[in-house]
Design a protein around this ligand. Structure first.
Ligand code: FES
Length: 374
């Protein structure tokens, strides 16, 4: 009771500096339990153990897509860059399910709301739940913003955005940021062409807002492509749609076949450097790492794995109850200690070979034999 009263007296201003006072007070009052265990009863966003946020509203964008407006808790100290994604963990049937989604909000000062826009995928139970089953007020876990699908500062003078389906989400954040910063006088608004494919006008996320931006800014050209009636936007149409595409820096996001075709097209033009891609899933080639024998210290179990097999998959194949969440290197749920040996992080090629290093097993492939503490 004393703790609740004290916290209430300190909390109403909700200023970040009060947090430290509250936690210091709680530390003294709650030993030996962690103060977070008590503070969560007062406000579920108060925790220093993990990033949390509260869903403030769910805004319908199309029949199968919605924007979640999330107020991050006090541990959120990030000013993301437009185009980055964030991990979100949601309790579903007693277990946290993790996914990553592009932030559609513009970078702002710390502590403001963030938004992510999600399309329900036919096989995606979590995306369906996020759109149709998530009540405002739900507390979710968050992972720090990440990703290098971002614009340079200052941006290039001529930009081509080429997107398909929900690939518009990181580009929407970029476009809003470009317009806002131009309005603030930070840079002139670049010459922007946006080629955006969607089956129908009704399914095109942000269609009206994009048209409005193009109507208000002469240097923004919006080229919607409705594939149910016009067919797919194949790249032999690019010369007509955007004649100067070779002189533009291009950011492309969408389904894998679209991006594969773009890679080929830009490579044939000798312009690989001008193409920037965002793919929706982590692809691990079967030639990454050396494979080897992965030993699991506590159980004494082992798994022989081929190159391209993650430590997480190795543990699962050996029947170990491996912890995991997103399986994409976002949530850190899978982090374990590498007792000995060497692994490579498939996202960036970083090598881990120091005894007792912490590794994310879902993105780590063995370089020969190694031992994991579990
Ligand atoms: S399972 Fe989320 S980082 Fe590995």
């Amino acid at each position: 009771m004393a703790l609740r009263t004290a916290v209430r007296e300190l909390a109403p201003t909700r200023r970040r500096r009060d947090w430290h006072a509250v936690r210091s007070l709680a530390d003294g009052l709650t030993t030996p339990l962690h103060p977070d265990d008590y503070l969560r009863f007062v406000n579920p966003l108060w925790t220093s153990r993990e990033l949390r946020g509260r869903v403030e509203s769910v805004v319908r964008e199309t029949e199968d897509a919605a924007t979640l407006v999330i107020r991050p808790g006090w541990g959120w100290r990030f000013d993301h860059q437009a185009g980055q994604y964030v991990g979100i963990g949601v309790p579903v049937e007693g277990r946290y399910q993790w996914r990553s989604y592009s932030l559609t909000s513009t970078p702002r000062r710390r502590g403001r709301r963030i938004t992510i826009t999600i399309r329900a995928m036919p096989e995606g139970l979590l995306s369906e739940h996020l759109i149709n089953g998530l009540e405002p007020g739900t507390v979710v876990r968050l992972a720090a913003p990440a990703g290098d699908f971002v614009l340079p500062d200052p941006p290039p003078e001529r930009i081509l955005f080429m997107v398909g389906g929900s690939g518009i989400t990181p580009v929407m954040a970029m476009l809003k940021t470009l317009v806002r910063r131009a309005g603030e006088g930070r840079w002139p608004l670049p010459d922007i062409h946006l080629v955006y494919s969607s089956p129908t006008p009704d399914r095109m996320i942000f269609r009206e807002r994009l048209q409005q931006v193009a109507d208000e800014h002469e240097s923004v050209t919006f080229i919607p492509v409705f594939t149910d009636t016009e067919g797919m936007f194949t790249l032999d149409r690019l010369d007509d749609a955007v004649p100067d595409w070779r002189e533009r820096q291009t950011w492309a996001c969408g389904p894998a076949p679209m991006l594969d075709a773009a890679v080929e097209h830009w490579r044939e033009a000798g312009l690989e450097e001008a193409l920037h891609l965002e793919r929706f899933s982590l692809e691990i080639g079967d030639d990454v790492g050396d494979g080897g024998t992965v030993s699991f210290q506590n159980s004494g179990k082992t798994a022989e794995v081929e190159p391209g097999t993650t430590v997480l998959e190795a543990g699962e194949s050996a029947g170990i109850g491996m912890p995991f969440g997103c399986r994409m290197g976002i949530c850190h749920t899978c982090t374990l200690t590498l007792v000995n040996g060497s692994v490579t992080d498939v996202r960036n090629g970083d090598r881990y070979d120091q005894p007792n290093e912490r590794i994310q097993t879902c993105v780590a492939v063995p370089n020969g034999d190694c031992t994991i503490a579990i």
